[in-house]
Design a protein around this ligand. Structure first.
Ligand code: HEC
Ligand code: HEC
Length: 345
């Protein structure tokens, strides 16, 4: 718990104050006409194939690149976004808009994180305090949704290989996973990997990834969906290229695989440092065939503050993910090839 507080709560770095975010969503450039909510020309929408679970929120996302600039995809697993890139993500519960999150890459290369809270009548969205707003909206069933602090934004977005988590080769692949939990159908005008390259939004993507769009190579459809869920929901932090590398758990699906990384090497049959109180014998992170003896499933299924995974951003267990990951672990043989490459242990 202490480790978590230190790792998750310790930002922003001292001496590096965040740039100031515009006071209203209307000032971020999302709409040409805030009244009618007409989007600024050039703004594109997309739908990642493995979305983040936020207690059942529905989401819409937009991206705007500066004129004539492109995303550099020469490292296909860590795209570089040009200075001036703006991204938005809108959250609704029960059909009501609650917040719109905003990221912008500044002239010095650093990222600004902010969120805008919609007024109850839905007429405008105003900058939320950087400390966040606990229980900003009550949800059906007695739970509540918190607007995250900017420290929380950074705990997920600034901890790993790239700050932009859902606009990536795997997330935009047209070879979409039909079993992905909470999958959303992209709208007709949504960008995917092929159209992003064709319209020069994205440049320098290795050709092979266009000829054969990326997909998770797994032993079964179930495994593909489970690994995709862990990538979408956990890999911002659990990334051997990131700040939590010392935890040693890597839940990233790379389109260019690297030896010794991924769930197959760092989770399956690997001892866990985390143990539930009173466990008769130590748990592995993932014990093949034995979901109940897998620390990863315990933590995915928990919302006790010291145990829950992800540690922030959600109050409700994602039941469909728990079911999926449980079924996947139950089918694993000790020798199952989990994801390429598997390093024999
Ligand atoms: C629990 C981790 C987590 C927290 C906390 C979080 N995000 Fe995200 N965010 C994600 C993930 C994962 C995605 C991509 C998947 C998706 O969109 O469903 C994403 C997507 C986004 C996007 C679309 C661009 C992208 O990276 O794909 C924006 C904009 C965004 N978040 C802004 C914010 C801001 C601003 C905050 C804080 C106010 C915040 N997020 C807090 C995990 C998080
Ligand atoms: C915001 C960052 C963050 C996200 C997102 C996140 N984790 Fe974690 N996770 C941590 C930190 C920090 C630790 C180490 C401290 C601890 O064990 O609580 C950890 C530890 C763990 C461990 C124990 C590892 C060990 O030592 O054996 C497991 C298992 C785990 N996480 C699973 C998950 C899963 C599954 C998800 C996605 C559903 C997830 N995490 C998402 C930050 C994160």
């Amino acid at each position: 718990m202490l480790a978590l507080l230190v790792l998750v709560g310790a930002r922003p770095a001292p001496g590096k104050p965040q740039r100031e975010a515009p006071p209203r969503l209307a000032d971020t450039g999302l709409y040409v006409d805030p009244g009618a909510r007409t989007l600024t020309p050039g703004i594109r929408t997309w739908t990642p194939q493995y979305p983040l679970w936020t207690d059942g929120a529905t989401k819409r996302r937009w991206i705007l690149l500066p004129p004539g600039r492109s995303v550099d995809a020469s490292d296909p697993d860590a795209w570089i976004f040009p200075v001036g890139t703006r991204l938005w993500k809108e959250f609704s519960f029960d059909g009501r808009r609650v917040e719109t999150r905003y990221m912008e890459r500044g002239a010095d290369g650093s990222w600004l994180y902010a969120t805008y809270r919609w007024t109850a009548d839905g007429s405008e969205a105003v900058l939320a305090p950087a400390t966040g707003v606990p229980a900003a909206v009550r949800l059906a069933g007695g739970s509540a949704h918190d607007l995250p602090s900017t420290g929380d934004c950074e705990a997920c977005h600034a901890a790993g290989r790239t700050p932009v988590l859902g606009f990536s080769a795997l997330q935009l692949s047209p070879d979409r996973d039909p079993l992905a939990p909470h999958r959303e159908e992209p709208s007709a005008d949504a960008v995917d990997l092929v159209s992003a390259v064709r319209t020069a939004m994205v440049r320098r993507l290795p050709r092979a990834l266009l000829e054969k769009p990326p997909r998770i190579e797994a032993s079964s459809d179930l495994a593909r969906a489970a690994l995709g869920y862990l990538h979408g929901n956990c890999s911002s932090c659990h990334d051997l290229r990131g700040e939590l590398a010392s935890v040693g758990l890597d839940l990233v699906q790379r389109v260019v695989p690297r030896e010794g990384t991924g769930p197959g090497s760092t989770a399956v049959a690997v001892p866990s440092r985390w143990q539930p109180a009173g466990a008769p014998e130590p748990l592995l992170r993932i014990t093949p065939r034995q979901p109940e003896r897998s620390a990863l499933l315990h933590r995915l299924s928990s919302r006790a503050p010291a145990d829950q995974m992800p540690p922030i951003g959600t109050h409700l267990v994602d039941d469909s993910a728990v079911q999926l990951v449980r079924s996947w672990i139950a089918t694993l043989e000790s020798s199952t090839r989990v994801s390429a490459p598997l390093v024999e242990r």
